[in-house]
Design a protein around this ligand. Sequence first.
Ligand code: 2YH
Length: 274
Amino acid sequence: MYKVTLLKSKDIVGISEKLVQYDKELCEKTGKSLSGIAMYAVSRENRNSESYFKDILVGVVPVTCGNGIINGFAETVNCIVESIGFKCFITKNKDVSGLEEAYKKKAKVIFIADDDKFIAINTCNNKVAENSFNTGRGYAAAFDLMSEGLKGKNVVLMGAGPVGFGAVSFMIESGARILVYDILKQKAESLKKSFPEVEIITDLNRALKDNNLIFDATYAKNIIAKEHIDDNTLISAPGIPLGLREECFPIIKDRLIHDVLEIGVATMLFDSLS
Ligand code: 2YH
């Protein structure tokens, strides 16, 4: 089992209020909105989400097991889903009763998360979309757009966990050359088994100095330093916490894709519908 990042309430404070601003930032960086990126990630035609998806009902079920409810989690997922044009509700009941309520209210897609897994279930076709894989694909899609195409370009991928797998599945399709580093070499090897095109690297510092495209799918702090950043550096970083040293943030902020839930949630929603 891979270690997963367990979100805390403080990680998601303010996301809902900043969704409009975040969408604008994504448009500036990638040329597409949050829903546009998510549709691109799952290869859906880019439709006007407002009109096309307005009748699809989505339910979010709070789950109490393990570390329990994360204050604001269900509310934030609800806001993200509504912000991209879907109808959404949070079930009044929790856990299995919540699932029952969501089905009875005829939710087409149900979001549900415990400490290890976060999924979106399409109740009509039984498709299950998983958060980590879709987060990787969503960030890879945004990266492809921000870099004006990854085809033939080197990407240094840090982290060969489930997010890294999702990212590679998209970036290989886009024609990128992936240089993967994982602190646990067997994880990088297992990624290479699925995607023989990837190259495993052992000198991360050198690779970060020599290449401009960095994909951070780890939960390590402070791995990207000023010496790794130049005028052409672009970073896509689904990893929580962000692996960037604090002093780098002002330099790279306009060439950085990073959020806590938005791209992952939007991509899993469109994946569940595909
Ligand atoms: O944050 C998480 C997991 N680490 C999911 C990992 C998937 N990438 N889960 C959220 C738990 C939410 C809680 N049970 C609630 O409020 O419903």
